[in-house]
Design a protein around this ligand. Structure first.
Ligand SMILES: *Cc1c(COP(=O)(O)O)cnc(C)c1O
Length: 402
């Protein structure tokens, strides 16, 4: 049996919506993008959402909006995808990596130790779709208020460290009965091809800024900034008589095209009504199987405060070395099942190693990584396939351990 890791969910509704965009005479940012933004707001409950061409550029946009740049520090987990750190570096700031918990997510006590006068933002990452300790993080930024040194207009207005969540995995995840998005000042979702909801490439920046901010005004500013700082988008300019525009900010060019937004417009309502539940059912199937295995560490997924969006099934095998984990993955792959490792902690990657980050300072990140295997999770997985996957994993692990 051949089982891919994460094929996109493309049905007739998606194809019809994309065709509609193609046939409409307008293919870049316009009505489909607006529709997708409205759908994200309606489902999650955030006041405003801006769609952009990736989560990476959405994170950069949020950091730039807050006036973060050279000399500033941004606290991120060592256990994440590289984009979290690269976004910080692209705006000229310094990523301060901290260790994580046993649940893969950023450790609040590690954040606390890392805060300095230079800290401008904290970027929690909901690994695998499991929400971070958002209330504790929000409490921490309140507690550290006196240390904060504002040096931009927005920083003066908020007057504390901003929380910008990298929720690339976490659309639809819940924290204390609120969707992730209502849990930080700004939340960035990814619509990359392998994520729970996709537009092939894309991202969404959801605003949830407290008083005195007006989220609609900040949205208008960000929308303009994401389109070269131009006062009129191409859609408005394309109308007769609409030719005149001005450039008012040194903006970025990171807008999402309508052709891609159409995929998300067709997927998103179905995601909230069915697909999330289907992902959860697959997750439960794995949980039921692996919880009886003495060698398995099953991932967190649901407790009284948190509900995962089930983006990844991050299985860990007790007491194995990195080499053993790799042997197990080879054995699984030989049987046609595509698995993955999420993630290689950033300090193991050449770029960050060369910058001086050292994995010995992140023991939990390494421990999580060395024994981790991500299993496929998507609604097209039938019971037959799931049975084949768990048996294949079991055989591979047990033959390696004996
Ligand atoms: C996928 C991912 C990103 C980047 O998303 P893009 O839309 O591809 O830019 C950022 N952070 C994490 C944790 C991711 O998994």
């Amino acid at each position: 049996m051949k089982i891919p890791f994460s094929p996109p969910y493309i049905n007739q509704a998606v194809i019809s919506e994309v065709t509609d965009a193609l046939e409409s005479g307008w293919i870049t940012t316009g009505p489909k993008v607006k529709k997708l933004e409205d759908l994200v707001c309606e489902h999650i409950g955030v006041p405003n959402t801006l769609c952009v061409n990736s989560a990476t550029s959405g994170l950069m946009l949020a950091l730039k909006w807050y006036g973060i740049g050279a000399g500033d520090e941004v606290i991120i987990p060592a256990y994440t995808y590289s984009a979290t750190a690269l976004a910080v570096m692209h705006v000229g700031a310094t990523p301060i990596m901290v260790d994580v918990n046993d649940d893969f997510n950023i450790s609040v006590s590690a954040i606390e130790k890392a805060v300095t006068k230079k800290t401008k933002a904290i970027m929690p990452v909901d690994i695998a779709g499991w929400p971070c300790d958002y209330d504790e993080i929000q409490q921490l930024v309140e507690n550290k208020k006196l240390l904060f040194v504002p040096n931009s207009e927005k920083q003066q207005q908020l007057n504390r460290i901003i929380t910008i969540a990298d929720a690339a995995h976490a659309i639809g995840a819940k924290y204390k009965n609120r969707y992730v998005g209502l849990t930080s000042d700004i939340t960035v979702f990814s619509f990359h091809a392998v994520k729970n909801v996709t537009t092939a490439e894309g991202g969404a920046v959801s605003l949830n800024l407290p008083e005195p901010f007006n989220n609609q005004e900040e949205y208008d500013y960000l929308r303009c900034f994401s389109l070269n700082g131009q006062t009129k988008d191409a859609f408005t300019k394309s109308k007769a008589g609409g030719w005149k525009y001005d450039i008012i900010y040194p903006g970025m060019k990171i807008n999402m095209p309508d052709v891609l937004a159409a995929i998300g417009v067709a997927q998103l309502p179905k995601y909230f009504s069915h697909i999330l539940d289907e992902r959860e059912a697959i997750y439960s199937y794995y949980q039921e199987f692996f919880k009886t295995k003495p060698w398995a560490i099953i991932p967190p997924y649901k407790n009284e405060d948190k509900l995962s969006s089930c983006h990844l099934y991050a299985l860990r095998i007790k007491d194995i070395s990195e080499e053993q984990r790799d042997i197990i993955i080879d054995a699984i792959s030989k049987e046609g099942v595509a698995v993955n490792v999420h993630f290689q902690p950033l300090p193991l990657l050449t770029l960050f190693k060369n910058m001086g980050y050292d994995i010995v300072n992140y023991p939990m990140a390494y421990a999580n990584f060395k024994s981790e295997i991500s299993l496929p999770i998507y609604p097209q997985l039938t019971q037959d396939k799931l049975k084949y996957i768990v048996k294949t994993v079991e055989n591979a692990v047990e033959s390696c351990l004996c």
